[in-house]
Ligand binder design. Structure first.
Ligand SMILES: O=P(O)(O)OC[C@H]1O[C@](O)(COP(=O)(O)O)[C@@H](O)[C@@H]1O
Ligand SMILES: [Mg+2]
Ligand SMILES: [Mg+2]
Length: 325
């Protein structure tokens, strides 16, 4: 079975990027170990770095953030980090060539019920002119990413990643500690009868989304003339993994509750990396008004609506937006 390194080389990733990805994944393997300890996380710390030793009271998302921050800062490859768990950009090596953004633990409320969680990340080039503490270099559209992916901490630890040459899925072989290629060149079926949305927010959606979901619910009796099934992992990383594995769509649409928060999910840490993976697997990634990866961020913690997944079904959804515009 092919190793991650060989696939990255085959996809033409430069050596420094490969080394950075390996460093990032070393941090994720440490998180995987922590997560697998469940309620014992932080108690058994013999293999863990000094900075997180003894932090037994901290929640796993804070611990995961610390692990990734320490690992990336020490590597020297990274000029600055932006993280869902940090208010400001974290300056690293002024000579570093890359910027890394991450959601250290996505779906963190699932930790309480021993259910799916993961780390989502993206990597971009750091401009020469940039001061490490300057957030403006992170304010570039997702089209500038050179790599993105997630590590899913489930029954097995899995990695989905793209460097712009297809999306590949790997499984962590815990016997030797390496990621092995288990699903090369993922291709999301264009059509699907499976969708994911938190229906408890229904009253806050725009009319286009209300109409679209109403027609999905009407099933074979409605205009779509077929039955749909619904799934909700409550961790984007788990829902997107399902979409990559067997198709479907995932939506966290515009929500009119708070105009400052047009969606729940964060552009830099969640929407962009997942959009890159989905597009590289032949799917579509949209906000309802444009391609996610073309959104120009105005601040690092910006939120956006997301519609991701099987191409024909996302297009069907967008036709409702068009009809209501
Ligand atoms: O079920 P809810 O409350 O609508 O929220 C689920 C969404 O919130 C998130 O958990 C947010 O991620 P965090 O755990 O990183 O805050 C997404 O992964 C998920 O899709
Ligand atoms: Mg998240
Ligand atoms: Mg998180």
């Amino acid at each position: 079975m092919k190793r991650l390194n060989s696939q990255l080389q085959q996809d033409g990733a430069p050596l420094e990027l490969i080394l950075l990805i390996r460093t990032l994944l070393a941090g994720c393997k440490e998180i995987a170990f922590r997560v697998s300890q469940g309620a014992l996380a932080g108690v058994l710390g013999s293999t863990l770095s000094e900075n997180v030793q003894g932090e037994t009271q901290k929640k796993l998302d804070v611990i995961s953030n610390q692990i990734l921050k320490d690992t990336l800062r020490e590597s020297g490859y990274v000029k600055a980090i932006s993280s869902e768990e940090e208010d400001d950009v974290v300056p690293c090596n002024p000579e570093g060539n890359y910027l890394v953004s991450f959601d250290p633990l996505d779906g963190s409320s699932n930790t309480e019920i021993n259910s799916l969680i993961g780390t989502i990340f993206s990597i971009a080039h750091a401009p020469q002119w940039m001061e490490p503490s300057d957030p403006s270099a992170f304010l570039q559209p997702g089209t500038q990413m050179v790599a993105a992916g997630y590590v899913l901490y489930g029954p097995s630890t899995m990695l989905a990643m793209t460097t712009g040459r297809g999306t590949h899925i790997y499984t962590l072989d815990k016997t030797h500690g390496g990621f092995l290629l288990t699903q090369p060149n993922v291709s999301i079926p264009a059509q699907t009868t499976e969708y994911a949305i938190n229906a408890s927010n229904q009253r806050h959606w725009e009319p286009a989304m209300q109409a679209y979901v109403a027609d999905l619910l009407a099933g074979s009796d409605g205009p779509r003339e077929k039955n749909f099934n619904m799934r909700w992992v409550a961790a984007m990383v788990g829902d997107i993994h399902r979409v990559l594995c067997r198709g479907g769509i995932f939506m966290y649409p515009y929500d009119k509750r708070d105009p400052d928060k047009p969606g729940k999910l964060r552009l830099l840490y969640e929407a962009n990396p997942m959009a890159f993976l989905i597009e590289q697997a032949g799917g579509l990634a949209h906000t309802g008004s444009g391609r996610i990866m073309e959104v120009m961020p105005t601040e690092i913690h910006q939120r956006v609506p997301v519609l991701l997944g099987s191409k024909d079904e996302i297009e069907a959804c967008l036709s409702y937006y068009k009809a209501h515009s």
